[in-house]
Design a protein around this ligand. Sequence first.
Ligand SMILES: O=C[C@H](O)COP(=O)(O)O
Length: 248
Amino acid sequence: MATLPSYIVGNWKMNGSAADVVVLQAIADAAAAHPDIEIGICPPATLIGSFAAAAGAVRIGAQDCHARASGAHTGNLSAAMIREAGATYSIIGHSERRADQGETDADVAAKAEALHAAGMGAILCVGETLDERDSGNAIAIVTAQLSASLPASASGDWLSVAYEPVWAIGTGRVPVSEDIAAMHAALRATLIEKLGEAGNGVRILYGGSVNPGNAAEILGIADVGGALVGGASLKAETFLPIIEAAPR
Ligand SMILES: O=C[C@H](O)COP(=O)(O)O
């Protein structure tokens, strides 16, 4: 399997203001000190431009993009627009958007295609609800979700996948390591089934209540290529220890 640097990405969701560039600057200092780790921050779209200007080696991404290049889609942003603002990739298919905006797997695949066409990267999120976990079918459900959300042009290192159990997001609950390992192995098998050898080049991140206390264990699990971090990415004092914990 291709060995890629650990990828630690902060998703600020609907948090942050221009004054929080000081947090980004502290993260940029850490990125300069750890060139062996890839570090990203996905601020709200309003901050992409100012953050990109201060990011140093930190990769600035968006939290969503529209599948279409332009048109009558009030309130939405195209891949080219977020790229022009300074983002080089976008999160897509986050469970909060799948729930709040009703995004389907087909919508997510179309967004991935749009990002790829714009020369951008994507972090494609998948994950099961608590009911789905309790049903015992989480692996079948999440691998099917990935299969249906993968774009036709998925091969290549522009794509990452984030496994985020919905029940672990913002709750302080985390799956046991064996369950994370089993899910990542199943997602890897799905990637190889769909993409062939290129499936080995797609990093699979874990997301859901990653914090300084559990990061080393989670990032040490087989085929966990990094982390997608929500709440703990909002402050340097909680995000930097997660970067420090990443294998190198
Ligand atoms: O995108 C990030 C995830 O939703 C994880 O959020 P969390 O670290 O606050 O649980």
